[in-house]
Design a protein around this ligand. Structure first.
Ligand code: FE
Length: 196
């Protein structure tokens, strides 16, 4: 994954190991490419939309998701799998009092399996530095103005921990089906740079 810790020591070790296994004929590089391609093909924000819609309609799932997201995801046929190392997903829930936003200040860590490839701005030094020191201003640039009474919590992702925002369910959506709710969620909502 080009935007996912390519330069970390562990990624370098994995590349070395890969080369040795290939040399010894124990690993077929094409097979590995096919597996990775299949994974990236499945990695899409549509997965994140499904997580949110299910959490909105199913309180039990929501509770399990907030407690241990990796354990809850298989309930809807999803997982954090496919990466080079295990990643713990933390789902952080927006409430009237707290709004969550995610960043990777170090590089570009992102829950790719659930959100697809990250947008360019997520990887930009401007976003990564400013969202921590001036979150309210950054969110306003995205068109999201929060009441002064709403606390903004910024979560810094890393190689082991990834974050996904659970937006608040919009009002007057009680009549909508889970499928219809899925269509209300946006990728930025899952990052925290949009309300939903
Ligand atoms: Fe990172």
């Amino acid at each position: 994954m080009s935007d996912d810790h390519d330069d970390s020591p562990i990624a370098a070790r994995v590349r070395e190991l890969e080369a040795i296994l290939e040399e010894k004929g124990l690993l077929d590089a094409q097979e590995l490419d096919r597996a990775l391609e299949a994974w990236t093909h499945r990695a899409s924000p549509a997965n994140g939309f499904r997580v949110v819609a299910r959490a909105w309609v199913d309180d039990g799932f929501r509770a399990r998701l907030l407690q241990d997201a990796n354990a809850a995801l298989p309930e809807i046929g999803l997982s954090m799998g496919g990466g080079l190392q295990p990643q713990q997903l933390h789902v952080v829930e927006n409430t009237e009092r707290v709004h969550n936003v995610i960043v990777c200040t170090l590089c570009s860590c992102y829950p790719i399996a659930l959100l697809g490839p990250s947008p360019t701005w997520y990887k930009s030094p401007a976003y990564r530095s400013k969202v921590v020191s001036h979150p309210r201003e950054v969110l306003a640039q995205f068109g999201l103005t929060l009441p002064e009474t709403t606390e903004i919590q910024v979560w810094d992702a890393n190689a082991e921990s990834r974050y996904l925002v659970l937006p608040r369910r919009p009002e007057n959506t009680e009549h909508l089906t889970e499928d219809e709710l899925t269509k209300m969620v946006t990728r930025n909502g899952l990052i925290g740079t949009a309300a939903v």
